[in-house]
Unconditional design. Structure first.
Length: 99
């Protein structure tokens, strides 16, 4: 079962791509069918700079609100955390930071 985190925030993929070490796992994008009548399997959706992705409280980026599904970026380094806090202005609200 998918795990919901305490907090995540939506950003455009183009904003994440501003990080110099950005290396997306695009094959982990949500699956979707291009033709609903197609009986074949779904394939990962096409991600563009305008695609919405979610920055989770643990600084992992997902293609959806669940923190353990469709992980697009998980190379969490001090540089990545600094980028998220300074450039993206990502801040976990007090209500979500409390245990």
């Amino acid at each position: 079962m998918a795990e919901m985190g305490k907090y995540c925030k939506a950003y455009l993929l183009g904003e994440f791509r501003a990080f110099a070490q950005w290396n997306a796992n695009i094959q982990n994008a949500r699956k979707e069918k291009s033709d609903p009548t197609d009986q074949g399997g779904a394939s990962p959706r096409l991600l563009t700079d305008d695609s919405i992705l979610y920055l989770q409280e643990d600084f992992v980026v997902t293609d959806g609100i669940y923190k353990d599904e469709n992980i697009i970026f998980d190379n969490v380094t001090p540089e990545w955390i600094a980028f998220c806090r300074q450039t993206l202005q990502f801040e976990i609200p007090d209500y979500a930071a409390k245990e």
